[in-house]
Structure formats: structure tokens, C-alpha cells
Design a protein around this ligand. Structure first.
Ligand SMILES: Cc1cc2nc3c(=O)[nH]c(=O)nc-3n(C[C@H](O)[C@H](O)[C@H](O)COP(=O)(O)OP(=O)(O)OC[C@H]3O[C@@H](n4cnc5c(N)ncnc54)[C@H](O)[C@@H]3O)c2cc1C
Length: 461
């Protein structure tokens, strides 16, 4: 592990409002932890920025000193790209302020905010925009990769709702990117991941949502998985965009509405949210209960913010996580057989395979309308390997990789950049798809020396 020299530390601290955390400091161990406990990196310094000027100073310092650089939003990226070894980490977790203009239906929010920060600010006005399903995820990383969640079928990817961004470039310039200012940079930010600079502030469009919506879970025994999946496929073909239903296959956690006899048993779960009038939603979701004989159901009208946090207890930081992901434009029977086969061999009680239904509004823009290219994806599958003991790494990773290979023949070939692990550099081009070459051109313009390289990297053309 490399340490900065005393005069480097002095120069770094001069001109910064926020603190700098160095190896040996009390706060260092906490500052080098991210959501995924498999990541074990040792930065030379963590700069806790509190203003855009702090970010400019840190970017200039890293560039001038030739140091590796990483940027931390919510610290959720599975690949651990919020951290680097022996370099500088720009930590934005102190920059989380949000301002909502309810009349204009706009939010501006800082680059270190979490989804919980965003939803709390917007739901105070009955507004929202599509975000992910775990409230401690960072708005920044999620948005820069595309972003999808329960509202996406109705209102598109998170990036489809981005109006503008304040960006600190590799040259240390502060730019405002939008459809009319630096439009090429704005195009690249919407799916190009953290390659183009540090986003210090985002501006999003908002939609009237909730605050109370119909949402919940319907749980079936695994023996009914095939019939549930087949009916799910037919159902989603006709479902209105207001309704999102995702499928999760895993061992049942000890949820209060499940009988004790089901806890720890393999189950197939339908998780749903209806963004329209809950009374209409109830009629619409009624057929879902008849896909089999549920072992437990919990579908009710609840605050949107509560549903946005419903999965947090299963997704706490600190576990070892290994993911594998495919996009699908259709779901075939052979895929269902493969999934069921692998669910019978789960390597730990925390592992799961889920299918997030997107489609709807996410498929409307052209694939080159923004850097995010996967407008054909109707389902994003994630094999979520998760366990606590490092001794389980090989078994858990082996299971995830084997299932990934077995399910590949049914996949579209594309992959969501935000679900790539750090050993998947061979899939980076597939993640950016047909937009890779244009991204590489824009990278050359805004970051010719590839200062922002701790990410799913796009090399300057
Ligand atoms: C439990 C869990 C659930 C998830 N659910 C969803 C979901 O429902 N939908 C979905 O779309 N995704 C989901 N994701 C994936 C998530 O979008 C990515 O992990 C994303 O990278 C997280 O962003 P972050 O800011 O928290 O991560 P970080 O690790 O902090 O950052 C991720 C990447 O973005 C860069 N970055 C971060 N902040 C900035 C910034 N301000 N400016 C420039 N670059 C920046 C980093 O350098 C890094 O390369 C989930 C992830 C987890 C762990």
C-alpha cells in the first residue's frame, strides 16, 4: 500500500473544505468499505468532498500528481469501482442535498445522494422518478449506468428523466451538460457510467406518484415455478405500463406473512407495484394470485417510500456478493427449466435469481438516443450470489457462473453495465453495445488521458 508524502498531504488539504482520510486514521477502515464485502482496496487518501470546488481541487490534484482516481457515490457498485488502490478516492457521501420545485416537477440533487434521499425529498410533494429497488443505492452510479426500477415501465429508465447535470471534467472544468449545452457529454452521461467526469449535481424531471400505491409479494412453492413463470410471461405481454411485476426465486426468508414451515424452503415470488389508482390495480393483479396456490401473500396499499425500502433488509451492506447478469427480450421455456434446476442447488440461503421486468417506456427511445443502448431488453436477470463466509466464495461463484453459462443461450447478448463484476472486462463492450465507438470518441474529447478509469472503462478513441 502506498502512502502520500507529507508535502502531498499538505497540498491536498490546502483549499479543501472537507476532510481527508489517510491510512492509519481512525476513520480509514470504514472509508474503504463498500456495499460488497468482497472488495478489499487500500486507497492512499479518501477526500470527503463537501462542495463542487472540493471536487475540482481533488480532480486537479490526482491528475497533476499522476495518482489513480476513483469516485464514490453510494458505494454500491458490485465491482467495487468506488475505490482504487494507492490513489485518491473522491467520496461524495457528504454531498446529498436535494431541492424540489414541485410546480415545475423538477429536482436537483447532489452527486452523493442515495435513493432514500431522493424519494424522501420528492415524495413530500407526491412526486417521483424511476430509481432502483434498494434505498441505500447511490443516485449517481445508478443514473450513470441507466437506472431502472418499479416505475420504469411507465416512466422509462432513470436517464430518460435526466434533464441536466453539473460535471467536473478531467481538466478540472465545471460544465453544465443538457440537451442544449455540451449535448455530446450529456448523451454520454446517460449510460456511459463514471467515464466522463464527476457529476456533482443532477437535475431530473418528476411525475405524480403515490404517495400510497398498491404493492406487495405473492409467494408460491417452487414446485409450481414452471407454471407460474409461463403464466407470468403471458401476463406481462399484456400488462399495462403502470404495472411492474418482477420474479424472484430463492429460499424463503422469515417474512412475517409466511408460515414458519415455508421459511428456508425454495419459493418463487412475484413482487409487484401498480403506479395508478390502487382500486384499479387490485382488479388487474387479481389473476396473479391464481398462477398456483400461494403459500403466502402480502399485497396492499402502502406508501411508495415504504415499498422502495421493502428489500433493504435482504440487501444490507457487508455480505460477500457475486453477480452475473443477462438481458432478455423474451423468456423461453428452456430458460425456466434451467432456472428451476439451479434454484434446487442454491449455495447459500441468501442467493437468488431475479427477473426485473422493464419493457414499456424503457423500450421507446432509439438505442442511440442516449449512451444506454439496451432498448430491446424487456427483462434484466441478475444471479445474485450472496453469503457471509469467505470460505464459501468458490462454491458460490461457481454456482453463479455455471447458471450464467447455462442461461446464456436464451439471452439477448446485452448486459446492464451496473450489474457487471470486476472480472468481466470482456463484457464491457457488450454493456455499451452499439454505442461504444461514439462513447470512445466523446471520451477522447473529455478525458483523453483516461483519468476516470476506475469504472467499466471506455478507452479514449
Ligand atoms: C443491493 C443493490 C440493488 C440494486 N438495485 C438496482 C436497481 O434496482 N436498479 C438499477 O438500475 N441498479 C441497481 N443496482 C445497481 C446499481 O445501479 C449500481 O451498483 C450502481 O453503480 C450504484 O451506484 P452507487 O453510486 O451506489 O455506486 P458507487 O460504487 O459509488 O459508484 C458506481 C460507479 O459510478 C461512479 N460514480 C459514482 N458516483 C459518481 C459521480 N457522482 N460522478 C461520476 N461517477 C460516479 C463510480 O466511480 C463507479 O464507477 C443495485 C445495486 C445493489 C448493490
Amino acid at each position: 500500500m502506498k502512502n502520500l508524502q507529507t508535502q502531498q498531504v499538505r497540498a491536498l488539504k490546502e483549499g479543501l473544505q472537507g476532510p481527508v482520510i489517510l491510512p492509519g486514521d481512525y476513520a480509514y477502515e470504514a472509508a474503504r468499505k463498500v456495499w460488497n464485502a468482497m472488495i478489499d482496496k487500500h486507497p492512499a487518501a479518501v477526500v470527503c468532498c463537501t462542495t463542487t470546488a472540493d471536487v475540482v481541487h481533488a480532480v486537479n490534484f490526482a491528475r497533476n500528481q499522476g495518482l489513480p482516481l476513483a469516485v464514490r457515490g453510494g458505494g454500491h457498485n458490485i465491482a467495487g469501482s468506488a475505490l482504487c488502490n494507492d490513489g485518491l478516492v473522491i467520496d461524495l457521501s457528504e454531498m446529498r442535498a436535494a431541492q424540489v420545485d414541485a410546480d415545475a416537477r423538477r429536482i436537483t440533487i447532489e452527486g452523493g445522494a442515495t435513493l432514500a434521499d431522493f424519494d424522501a425529498a420528492t415524495q413530500a410533494h407526491g412526486l417521483a422518478t424511476p430509481l432502483g429497488i434498494n434505498s441505500t443505492t447511490g443516485v449517481a452510479g445508478l443514473t450513470l449506468g441507466g437506472g431502472f426500477g418499479w416505475l420504469s415501465r411507465k416512466y422509462g429508465m432513470t436517464i430518460d428523466n435526466l434533464e441536466s447535470a453539473e460535471v467536473v471534467t478531467a481538466a478540472g472544468e465545471v460544465l453544465h451538460a443538457s440537451a442544449t449545452e455540451h449535448p455530446d457529454l450529456f448523451w454520454a452521461l446517460r449510460g456511459g457510467s463514471g467515464n466522463f467526469g464527476v457529476v456533482t449535481r443532477f437535475e431530473f424531471r418528476l411525475h405524480p406518484v403515490g404517495p400510497n400505491l398498491l404493492a406487495g409479494l405473492i409467494v408460491f412453492p417452487i414446485a409450481e415455478a414452471k407454471q407460474v413463470l409461463q403464466q407470468y410471461r403471458e401476463f406481462m405481454d399484456k400488462a399495462p405500463d403502470e404495472l411492474s411485476v418482477w420474479v424472484v426465486l430463492r429460499k424463503a426468508p422469515p417474512l412475517p406473512f409466511l408460515p414458519e414451515s415455508v421459511h428456508g424452503q425454495e419459493v418463487i415470488v412475484l413482487a409487484l407495484l401498480y403506479t395508478g389508482d390502487p382500486a384499479q390495480g387490485k382488479a388487474l393483479v387479481e389473476p396473479l394470485f391464481r398462477f398456483g396456490v400461494p403459500v403466502g401473500t402480502h399485497v396492499d396499499v402502502m406508501p411508495y417510500v415504504a415499498w422502495q425500502k421493502a428489500f433493504d433488509p435482504l440487501l444490507t451492506p457487508g455480505a460477500r456478493n457475486y453477480w452475473k447478469s443477462h438481458n432478455f427480450s423474451e423468456l423461453k421455456d428452456g430458460l425456466f427449466d434451467t432456472v428451476i434446476d439451479y434454484i434446487a442447488r442454491l449455495p447459500s440461503p441468501q442467493c437468488e435469481i431475479f427477473f426485473g421486468a422493464i419493457g414499456g417506456a424503457t423500450t421507446e427511445p432509439a438505442p442511440d438516443a442516449a449512451a444506454y443502448a439496451h432498448r430491446d431488453a424487456r427483462f434484466v436477470m441478475n444471479v445474485h450470489g450472496r453469503w457471509n463466509d469467505p470460505a464459501d466464495d468458490a462454491r458460490g461463484m461457481g454456482w453463479a457462473r455455471d447458471f450464467f453459462k447455462a442461461s446464456a443461450p436464451y439471452a439477448s447478448g446485452g448486459v446492464y453495465v451496473n450489474f457487471l463484476t470486476d472480472d468481466e472486462s470482456d463484457r464491457v463492450k457488450a454493456a455499451y453495445g452499439q454505442n461504444y465507438d461514439r462513447l470512445a470518441q466523446i471520451k477522447r474529447q473529455y478525458d483523453p488521458a483516461n483519468l476516470f478509469s476506475t469504472n467499466q472503462n471506455i478507452r479514449p478513441a
